[in-house]
Design a protein around this ligand. Structure first.
Ligand code: FES
Ligand code: FE2
Length: 366
């Protein structure tokens, strides 16, 4: 059993301090008749539940303190969450407020308390933080909040790889001519510069120049042209540590696109990615943008699902080169965050604000 080992040999502990989406708002609405859940999910190896009670979306350990049954088998009621087994009912703080089998006025044991987690709805996603002792924030998504672009939520996808593997795939540019041969890239356009990477509080950023690739042709990007055509314009990659990635392309002064993606660690070797494709308001059909992403993801999946191990291992198990710079820096910070998180929330927050990784790291030549 290796699922309790996360990227770079870390435990789940550091990642419990961060916010992760556990379902879409729509999935919660559709989980049960009535539209309030409960819905079962898994986050960092823990079985959790989400429900709307009294107008508030709450997240809880999916275990009834009475006999350990899954509370998500039960019902969300106006004032509480009711267990399907013996009908105990819990309020939004997790306190048991009713034990139907008891005569009225019989005291309810104080230990009849469900573990509740921080929970917020943002960007039509339900975000959960398992450990509230660090002052982390839900990752930013400016295009959604300021309405500057049309943001379309894609169907979340479950991949047999760690969250870290998914992040690295997302910020990797040199796989374009091979994993996306004939779509996002193609030989002979295979040589890439080593892009400088900026480390800012809580985030890594780097910019790519325009590079030669191949335009598959569609309604958005114009008719197909030759493999020598310029397809991918300058791009900005952002990783909000540890796992939220944003990729912005500037096609022209008036047309920009971006992809926002967060792979939620289900366990150490499985992640479920929540994502959006966004574009300047140009009236194009949502399907055009979703289909492009479906194609790209379909090309990535077999490769990413084939990694051994399914999580990121130790440096000596893989060989890096200078053009892997973004992933080398991100791994270094991830490892430092993991170590800091094991020492506690204050150390974790200090590490999240650090800005010295770029100067410390030299990409190995072999
Ligand atoms: S197990 Fe939930 S009420 Fe008994
Ligand atoms: Fe890819």
């Amino acid at each position: 059993m290796t699922a309790d080992i996360y990227d770079l040999g870390s435990s789940a502990t550091p990642w419990r301090y961060f916010w992760h989406p556990v379902c879409t708002l729509n999935e919660l609405r559709e989980a049960k008749p009535g539209g309030r859940g409960p819905l079962q999910s898994t986050l960092l190896g823990e079985r959790i539940g989400v429900a709307e009670i009294g107008g508030k979306v709450v997240a809880f350990a999916d275990r009834c303190p009475h006999r350990g049954a899954a509370l998500t088998l039960g019902w969300a009621e106006d004032d509480g969450l009711r267990c399907r087994y013996h009908g105990w009912c819990y309020d939004t703080e997790g306190r048991c407020i009713e034990v139907p089998a008891l005569e009225p006025d019989t005291p309810i044991p104080a230990r009849a308390q469900v573990t509740m987690y921080d929970c917020e709805v943002k960007y039509d996603l339900v975000w959960v933080r398992l450990d509230s002792r660090a002052d982390t924030s839900i990752p930013e998504f400016p295009a959604w909040e300021d309405g500057s672009q049309r943001c379309i939520m894609g169907e979340p996808y479950l991949w047999p790889c760690s969250a870290g593997r998914r992040v690295e795939n997302f910020i990797d540019t040199t796989h374009f001519p091979y994993a996306h041969q004939g779509t996002l890239g193609a030989p002979p356009n295979v040589v890439f510069p080593v892009f400088p990477v900026d480390q800012l509080p809580g985030r890594l950023e780097f910019e790519t120049e325009t590079f030669l690739a191949y335009n598959p042709g569609d309604n958005t990007y114009g008719p197909p042209n030759s493999p020598e055509s310029t397809f991918l314009p300058p791009a900005t990659y952002v990783v909000q540590m540890p796992f939220t990635t944003v990729l912005k392309f500037t096609w022209s002064e008036t047309f920009q696109t971006q992809i926002y993606m967060h792979p939620t660690p289900i366990d150490g070797e499985t992640c479920r990615s929540y994502w959006f494709t966004c574009h300047s308001h140009d009236g194009s059909a949502d399907e055009v943008h979703l289909q492009l992403q479906d194609m790209v993801l379909g090309e990535d999946l077999p490769v990413v699902a084939s990694h051994l191990p399914r999580r990121i291992g130790e440096a000596h198990e893989e060989v890096s080169v200078p053009t892997d710079r973004s992933s080398i820096l991100w791994r270094k910070w991830l490892r430092e965050l993991a170590h800091a998180g094991e020492r506690g929330p204050e150390e974790l927050m200090r590490c999240l604000d650090t800005t010295n990784i770029e100067s410390e790291v030299t990409a190995p030549a072999s």
